[in-house]
Design a binder for this molecule. Structure first.
Ligand code: ADP
Ligand code: GLC
Length: 483
């Protein structure tokens, strides 16, 4: 089976969050099951340079204001990538979505309509003698792929659309829509029109054969006004097409036994290396080197979704109980400032790094004892999965994929030997504070802690089961298309 992924990010070529990790890892897992997958992404600066054996496989004279071409190559991991090279749209430094003023690029509609249009062209006509059976588009940036395919009319390949985060909907004005080369009928309430604007995300939802999101709980939550962000009606109409399939992680890239980014490696059976990682992490961040201080970490975008504001009032409790906090993140200035100030007022106990740092993310996962993920909503979440794998117990809000991947260390779960972390609800400072008290209570019984840690490290977090679910979905949609 041939599958074309279309997305705006793919690790290790370009990454701002979990979408890149999924688009980089799931195709490799599908390939292990015998599928042939190619991934189309925009050629942001540096993308083509990172590809092995790049070859031009298609040229387009005019794509929304300039020429474009498709360059095919491979990542070091062996993933085949189609990079959409359109310098007038993508040759811009920094974050792929935001200009230097921190706001969306004003031509984002055209930039990601180009991804949709060329994605649809490859779906219909192929590239380099390769034509997909299924097109799998991800998030709003690829939402127009199924719209261009529907507009083309004739039966093309089957389409699957995955919602990674419904908060980002890719809205543009009716005027901007008029320049995208789609027929007017598409701009309707039954199509991609959303309160007078065009929604790229809604296009994905209404024009794809099947819809998925990245955890079973989020698939249910999305159908409610609390989580559906205005699209719950559309999702309820398409409930028969919607499934939740949990994300996995790349267990080769994220493996404490072999991770080249760590000062020492370790495993559940040989955990000594984790002690060295902790000491090295504390030393390098200027924290007191103390194996008995419970070291909590955060690796996150600092946005309201991630709920990190509820952590701030608990910092005095964490420190009073002898704990430490190490934060890595970037995002809203007020949150950045609050964590920077917490570090400045608590030298040796709180360390804050503002920025994006893949190596430090690995070291934090290895060296910390627990990772905080207090999200208000979380479609899946990957950092708690990295935490499980690295024996860094996740302390998570009971929502979305966090609820589906972490087993709370309540008394029954501890007695049954199944606990892997801590859950709390609702997302507020009080509930988080109670959770922190529980965490310190378990930490004070180091044998109990180590048992939970061993369970966490044994919890399956790889892609195998979920890749099989995607494969079954592709098979199913193709069978139904053929009838
Ligand atoms: P989201 O995609 O909503 O940001 P996920 O938990 O799915 O959340 O994925 C986040 C990914 O981004 C993880 O791979 C995490 O390690 C990484 N990440 C987030 N912030 C940073 C940062 N400041 N530095 C390095 N990696 C980060
Ligand atoms: C989104 C979600 C996150 C999910 C990631 C990958 O960014 O916020 O929960 O893990 O996509 O699917």
């Amino acid at each position: 089976m041939r599958i074309l992924f279309v997305a705006s990010e793919c690790y290790p070529l370009i990454k701002t969050g979990g979408l890149a990790d999924v688009v980089g890892a799931l195709p490799l897992a599908l390939a292990r099951g015998g599928a042939e997958v190619r991934v189309m992404i925009p050629a942001y600066p540096g993308v083509i340079a990172k590809l092995g054996d790049p070859v031009e496989v298609a040229r387009y004279a005019e794509v929304f204001g300039g020429p474009a071409r498709l360059v095919q190559g491979a990542t070091p991991e062996g993933l085949t990538v189609l990079a959409l090279d359109a310098p007038h749209l993508y040759d811009r430094p920094g974050n792929p979505y935001l200009g230097p003023d921190g706001r969306d690029w004003p031509d984002n509609a055209r930039r990601f309509a180009a991804l949709g249009a060329i994605g649809a062209a490859v779906a219909r006509f192929g590239a380099a003698d390769w034509r997909p059976d299924v097109v799998h588009a991800h998030d709003w940036q690829a939402g127009l792929v199924p719209a261009y395919l529907s507009a083309a009319g004739e039966p093309g390949p089957a389409t699957v659309f995955t919602i990674h985060n419904i908060a980002f909907q890719g809205l543009c004005s009716a005027h901007a829509f008029d320049e995208l080369g789609l027929p007017r009928w598409v701009f309707s309430p039954a199509g991609l029109e959303y309160y007078g604007q065009a929604s790229f995300l809604k296009a994905g939802l209404v024009f794809s054969d099947r819809l998925t999101t990245v955890s079973p709980t989020y698939a249910r939550e999305l159908r409610t006004p609390e989580y559906g962000m205005g699209l719950e009606g559309v999702l309820n109409e398409r409930v028969d097409a919607l499934t939740g399939i949990l994300n996995g992680i790349d267990t080769h890239l994220w493996d404490p036994e072999t991770d080249p980014l760590l000062p020492a490696t370790y495993s559940a059976r040989k955990p000594q290396g984790k002690v060295r990682c902790k000491a090295e992490l504390q030393r390098s961040l200027g924290l007191h080197v103390d194996p008995d201080a419970l070291l909590l970490t955060v690796v996150s975008r600092l946005t309201s979704q991630k709920g990190l504001d509820v952590v701030l009032p608990s910092i005095p409790t964490i420190l009073a109980r002898g704990g430490q906090l190490a934060v890595l993140g970037t995002g809203e200035p007020a949150l950045e400032r609050a964590f920077v100030e917490a570090a400045a007022s608590n030298p040796g106990k709180v360390a804050t790094t503002i920025g994006y740092d893949e190596s430090l993310a690995h070291l934090l996962q290895a060296g910390a004892d627990a990772i905080l993920v207090p999200s208000r909503f979380e479609p899946c979440g990957l950092t708690q999965l990295y935490g499980l794998r690295y024996g860094t117990l996740p302390i998570v809000a009971r929502t979305g994929g966090l609820a589906d991947t972490v087993i709370d260390a309540n008394d029954a779960a501890i007695r049954a030997g199944v606990a892997t972390g801590f859950q709390f609800a609702p997302v507020n400072a009080a509930a988080f504070g109670y959770a922190i008290e529980r965490v310190f209570d378990v930490w004070s019984d180091r044998r109990a802690w180590k048992k939970i840690q061993a369970r966490a490290m044994a919890h399956p977090v790889d892609w195998q089961a979920s890749a099989s679910e995607y494969r079954a979905l592709y098979d199913d949609v193709l069978t139904h298309r053929a009838v």
